[in-house]
Design a binder for this molecule. Structure first.
Ligand code: CDP
Ligand code: MG
Length: 140
């Protein structure tokens, strides 16, 4: 499988509980390399643009409020099949359905406040990485 890059976000519920290091350890233990990382505080508008694909969903407004409610850590993860591997390490969207040992099973508080975001396909990964990082910030 080819080397891929994916966009990861450690969400406000997790930064608030000081879980950045524990979550990063899960990525690294799975063979994913954190090749770029920064802690930022999104505005609701910036969160809304990022999650625009969900604009018509009933949870959209609450999701944007939540993503702007505190700092997030945005990251680029790299590795073999990184997009799918990251989704495995994250676990299912709803922590009640997430497999044991996954980030969401261990740390998520609810289906909304579920600790991490991960891109779902090569096209979205490329778009999402470009939303947060310039080429100069991706040193490999
Ligand atoms: O994050 P993931 O790709 O697993 O799920 P999604 O379907 O792309 O949804 C994006 C985010 O919206 C989720 O991670 C949740 O934070 C939120 N969400 C929610 O609040 N309620 C739902 N029923 C589904 C998603
Ligand atoms: Mg998604």
């Amino acid at each position: 499988m080819a080397t891929e890059r994916t966009l990861s976000i450690i969400k406000p519920d997790a930064t608030k509980r000081n879980l950045t290091g524990k979550i990063n350890a899960k990525f690294e233990d799975a063979g994913l390399r954190i090749i770029a990382q920064k802690r930022i505080h999104l505005t609701k508008e910036q969160a809304g643009k990022f999650y625009e694909v969900h604009a018509s969903r009933p949870f959209y407004d609450e999701l944007c409020e939540f993503m702007a409610s505190g700092p997030v850590v945005v990251q680029v993860l790299e590795g073999e099949g990184a997009i799918g591997k990251n989704r495995e390490v994250m676990g299912a969207t709803n922590p009640a359905d997430a497999a044991p040992g996954t980030i969401r099973a261990e740390f998520a508080e609810s289906v909304g406040e579920n600790s991490v975001h991960g891109s779902d396909a090569p096209e979205t990964a490329a778009e999402e990485i470009a939303y947060y990082f310039s080429g100069l910030e991706l040193v490999g």
